[in-house]
Design a protein around this ligand. Sequence first.
Ligand SMILES: Nc1nc2c(ncn2[C@@H]2O[C@H](COP(=O)(O)OP(=O)(O)OP(=O)(O)O)[C@@H](O)[C@H]2O)c(=O)[nH]1
Ligand SMILES: [Mg+2]
Length: 283
Amino acid sequence: MNLQWYPGHMTKARRAMEESLKLVDVIVEIRDARLPYASANPDLKKLGQGKKRLLVLNKADLADPAVTAAWEAFFRAGGVEALSVDSRSKNQAERLRKQLDLWAAEKSEKDAKRGIKNRPIRVMVAGIPNVGKSTMINSLAGRASTKTGDKPGVTKGLQWIRLSRSMELMDTPGILWPKFEDETVGLHLALMGAISQDVLPLEELAVRGIRLLEETYPGVLAEKYGLSRTEAYEMLQELAEKQGFLKKGSVPDTEAAARRLLNDWQAGRLGRISLEKPEESEE
Ligand SMILES: Nc1nc2c(ncn2[C@@H]2O[C@H](COP(=O)(O)OP(=O)(O)OP(=O)(O)O)[C@@H](O)[C@H]2O)c(=O)[nH]1
Ligand SMILES: [Mg+2]
């Protein structure tokens, strides 16, 4: 699998983010709780050196709760503040707000000691495409202050949002690194819709997804769709037949089946599934 995907707006966004980093006190890195390893942006760790860093495992409502708890423990053991949330929920966003408020208060105290006029704490919200950055900001702000959408690449430029007199947030476009050296990373991102699915033939993506599911959550597809086959491509054909996705001459439309399967999976209709466990990855 050779995924080369780096739209022009990302190159621009990355440069603009590097520039703005000088102004920022805190980086909130949003990752997908279902794939905390693949959804990390290696750039951010580098760019964020010397700043406070908060790791958010978002879309936790779609991830396996036991696995998410293990990830939180894993990050905290490594000295990283980590929180898992469903960022569509205002209540859950509040937990994040508490941590940010704490840092804002610390900063204000420090500024006072040094006799500097206190300015609001500036927080950059960053992460890969479609992970929920804008949604998180809207929940924190209590209003639709930035555009969200169920596809990668919705936010195109940097945008400051004032939360209160003591805090400003910056929404950023999702960025990825130009090339996936690690094939599994690309596969996991494509499966969860973080990168455009056009980069791979849909059926190939679904077949690989089925194999992963069968390894980690065996029987989940048989149960959901009433499948009896066990080979991945045959399962896709059977799914097409069951759903009535047929082409001319009653040939199963495996592409339509693949689309259905991936949509169901991404939307959580196969249950709460995590693709990555901490012991299999390094931070
Ligand atoms: N189930 C679930 N869906 C979420 C959560 N957070 C965001 N979403 C959905 O994920 C999709 C992407 O959300 P956005 O906030 O636009 O993502 P983004 O990271 O700003 O994306 P870009 O601007 O394209 O980089 C939207 O359909 C949201 O409703 C969450 O915690 N749980
Ligand atoms: Mg956005």
